[in-house]
Design a protein around this ligand. Structure first.
Ligand code: ARG
Ligand code: ZN
Ligand code: CA
Length: 257
């Protein structure tokens, strides 16, 4: 049994229309999905094909809306900011009050999640541990891909964009290694794949012969590009890679101490 890590979260809601000012229920639904997916209490993980079933992990990582703000005052863990920007791109403007967004809370102490409209069909993006400025650290999620109730849009209406982005934020690479059959995701129990999978593939679907003898890509992994309804597991190797970031000495260890 590993220590269960609990990560305090602040959700920054940015809205240009009232529909983008998402409900507390929508926000809570996303926290619930994160907890289900990271604790393997999601009901769909049992769909995992038997050749992968033994590696489905409870990461023993949990998420809770912050109850104390950076000044030590009580908070709901949610900020709401009206913006003149009808959409944002991946240039981090949503992370700065002076640019129509909302400044981060101390990124060493909180997981900052910005929820906003995005241009160009972008569902979300994340900053890897140690790979950028402290004041842009966190994840961004498209309003209609955030949570599993309220203003959400199929097929990204089950909260898995945040599961995927928080995976990146905890140092996970895409499962296909962003390359071909010789690219790695640095996780040994996820098979090599030639490219991303999208939609909802039928099992088995195998793209590389050198994949360790598995009969299929692990397209049901949260770090692939399949639909929310068709991704439902992290592996033990991914768990270990994520937890290393939170363990003593890890880049994000201050979040959980
Ligand atoms: N394209 C985004 C990324 O690479 C997110 C993909 C999320 N997929 C999903 N089924 N919700 O970070
Ligand atoms: Zn990704
Ligand atoms: Ca792998």
């Amino acid at each position: 049994e590993a220590t269960v890590y609990t990560i305090p979260v602040v959700v920054h809601v940015l809205y240009n229309t009232s529909a983008q000012n998402v409900s507390q229920a929508q926000i809570q639904s996303q926290i619930d999905v994160l907890n289900e997916d990271f604790r393997r209490t999601n009901s769909d993980y049992t769909l995992t094909p038997s050749e992968f079933a033994g590696s489905v992990a409870d990461t023993e990582i949990e998420f809770v809306l912050a109850t104390t703000d950076p000044n030590g005052n009580a908070t709901t863990g949610v900020t709401r900011t009206s913006t003149s920007k009808s959409s944002f791109s991946t240039n981090d403007e949503m992370k700065f009050t002076a640019q129509g967004g909302k400044d981060a809370w101390d990124t060493q102490k909180y997981l900052n999640i910005w929820v906003c409209n995005m241009s160009g069909g972008i569902l979300g993006y994340a900053q890897f541990p140690g790979s950028g400025a402290a004041n842009t650290d966190g994840v961004v999620i498209l309003t209609t891909g955030f949570g599993s109730t309220g203003n959400v849009s199929a097929p990204f209406n089950e909260g898995r964009t945040a599961t995927h982005e928080v995976g990146h934020w905890l140092n996970l690479r895409h499962i296909w290694g962003d390359g071909n059959c010789s690219a790695d995701d640095y996780v040994s129990d996820t098979p090599i794949a030639a490219a991303s999978n999208g939609g909802c593939p039928s099992y088995p679907s195998k793209s590389c012969s050198n994949n360790g003898g598995f009969s299929s890509d692990m397209f049901m992994n949260y770090m692939d590009y399949t639909n929310d309804a068709c991704m439902y597991m992290f592996t033990t190797g991914q768990k270990n890679r994520m937890r290393a970031v939170l363990d003593a000495g890890g880049f994000r260890s201050d979040l959980v101490t």
